[in-house]
Design a protein around this ligand. Structure first.
Ligand SMILES: Nc1ncnc2c1ncn2[C@@H]1O[C@H](COP(=O)(O)OP(=O)(O)O)[C@@H](O)[C@H]1O
Ligand SMILES: N[C@@H](CCOP(=O)(O)O)C(=O)O
Length: 321
């Protein structure tokens, strides 16, 4: 359960009184998510999500995330909208944290995506990239290749606690990726965390995307690689080529991949695996005392990284220019 910051009733009622949302009717901590504290909020005006932004979200980046949701929604991507208070401001402070209320989206996330879900995701991801192409704000990806070594270094000595040989493997992989990371691929705003829990379905159609708090300006194909890792493996972390093909084909129908994106794809998939291996590893070792959170298993991403290390080139993923 991701609630790092507890909100006191009186504080919440005072916070809500700065909005035109009517009285507080219910507020419950949300069981999913690992990054921020999220509450389901029911008020006289309906259902909302209250988010208190935690450690990995820099306050200075919040205008980027909130404006991005407005930008995408205006271009037909179904996503939450930040709710403005009576002063016309979407960002406030609650319980000592930056906080915002966003609209509630109907839908549910699929726990075991099938190829049809992967295809729907591929189309939605390409539409997201196209809709964000004229987004004026930029945000560097703090969790790209230059951020991985500083993330790992402070807790590198504990790697054996998580998996035998992990420290050596991460060191070698960092060296490999730092030497080869592609820097000039087609780029724009990417979601960077479009895992199944951040995509809502109603029936077999995507009803909305959530959780834009890792969004940044980076390579589109890197976002696709993140999705391949998150959607196209089975519960034992084995790659499922038919799901990979469904995702990649659907994406390419909406936004064709350039030859250099295809050539870089194995490297991007390795980097995408290492990025989530590292954040999960750090979080696994550092659960804040009193936090209600279930950290995600870094070993899942170790298995995915090993798979990508075995890929000779993009044909492994069925990609050819
Ligand atoms: N706009 C929304 N509408 C409905 N449910 C939401 C919305 N935003 C978040 N949630 C719920 O809260 C959970 C955690 O949100 P998420 O943004 O993924 O957390 P985090 O900020 O920790 O990444 C989601 O899995 C979902 O169940
Ligand atoms: N998707 C990340 C964790 C952060 O995402 P959240 O939406 O669960 O908060 C992972 O799986 O490591």
């Amino acid at each position: 359960m991701a609630v790092y910051t507890q909100v006191d009733d009186e504080e919440l009622i005072a916070f809500l009184s700065t909005y035109d949302l009517g009285p507080l009717l219910a507020c419950k901590g949300i069981a999913e998510g690992v990054e921020n504290s999220n509450y389901y909020l029911h008020t006289g005006a309906g259902s909302f999500i209250l988010t208190l932004y935690e450690k990995r979200v820099a306050e200075v980046d919040l205008p980027f995330f909130l404006s991005l949701m407005e930008h995408l929604a205006a271009r037909g991507v179904t996503c939450p909208l930040p709710v403005k208070n009576k002063a016309g401001v979407a960002l406030g402070r609650l319980a000592g944290r930056p906080a915002a209320i966003i609209t509630f989206l109907d839908g549910y996330s699929v726990q075991h995506p099938e190829a049809a879900h992967c295809a729907a995701l591929g189309s939605a991801l390409a539409e997201f990239h196209l809709a964000g192409a004229d987004f004026a704000l930029r945000r560097a990806n703090a969790l790209s290749v230059d951020g991985w070594r500083p993330l790992f270094a402070p807790c590198a000595s504990r790697a054996e606690e998580v998996a035998s040989g992990l420290g050596a493997l991460v060191e070698a992989e960092l060296g490999h990726l730092e030497a080869r990371w592609p820097r000039d691929l087609p780029s724009g705003v990417i979601h960077a965390d479009l895992f199944p829990d951040n995509v809502f379905f109603l029936g077999d159609r995507i009803s909305g995307l959530i959780d834009f708090y890792f969004a940044c300006t980076d390579a589109y194909a890197y976002d696709l690689a993140i999705c391949l890792n998150a959607w196209c493996f089975d519960a034992e972390h084995r790659y499922e080529p038919e799901k990979g093909a469904a995702l990649l084909d659907a994406y390419r129908r909406r936004r064709p991949l350039a030859a250099e994106e295809i050539a870089a794809f194995p490297t991007l998939a390795r980097g995408a695996a290492l990025r989530f291996l590292l954040t999960r590893y750090v979080d696994w070792l550092n659960v804040p005392p009193g936090a209600l959170v279930r950290p995600k298993d870094p070993r899942e991403y170790l298995a995915k990284l090993r798979l990508h290390q075995s890929a000779v080139d993009a044909r492994f993923y069925g990609l050819a220019s």
